[in-house]
Design a protein around this ligand. Structure first.
Ligand code: ATP
Length: 143
């Protein structure tokens, strides 16, 4: 059984953000189930991530078939398709995943994700902009 800090993670959406996350988690030794509905994306990462499948994450039956409800931790890395991001997050809440990290592309999108039950919302571009501002100002050595 994995310890609390190294629980298996399902990563949904393998764009730049999701694929970087899935690859880094794999490198760190975390068991990853990666899902994207574009077969080409799945093919291109197949050699690097052990469990990777092409499926529509807004399809509840597909999530059950893949064993997604058995995971305690998930990342929803779908951004620009806000409808798919919201639907997927709400299905993960519905199947009982406790720890859901969801990517948002705007503060409003982030607020909706929090309201429907995402436990952590990440705004990569805003967050990175703030970090880089600290680095540029020279005030923070390791922000
Ligand atoms: P990034 O900036 O990380 O590249 P993005 O926000 O520009 O991402 P999106 O179009 O939101 O890109 O999608 C991220 C990934 O999620 C894509 O690879 C896309 O195929 C996948 N995706 C979108 N909808 C679904 C879905 N319903 N089921 C599974 N994967 C999906």
């Amino acid at each position: 059984m994995a310890d609390r800090d190294n629980l298996p993670v399902v990563v949904i959406g393998l764009g730049r953000f999701g694929s970087s996350m899935a690859l880094e988690l794999t490198r760190l030794g975390t068991e990853v189930l990666a899902i994207d509905h574009r077969p080409k994306v799945v093919q291109s990462l197949a050699g690097e991530i052990t469990q990777i499948v092409a499926a529509d994450a807004t399809d509840l039956q597909a999530l059950h078939q893949l064993g997604v409800p058995d995971f305690q931790r998930a990342v929803v890395a779908i951004g620009s398709d806000i409808e798919a991001s919201i639907l997927t997050t709400s299905l993960l809440v519905e199947v009982g995943i406790e720890d859901i990290w969801a990517k948002a592309i705007s503060r409003q999108h982030g607020r909706i994700l929090e309201r429907i039950g995402a436990t952590h919302v990440v705004l990569p571009e805003h967050d990175m902009g703030e970090r880089v501002a600290h680095l540029v100002s020279g005030r923070m050595l390791d922000y």
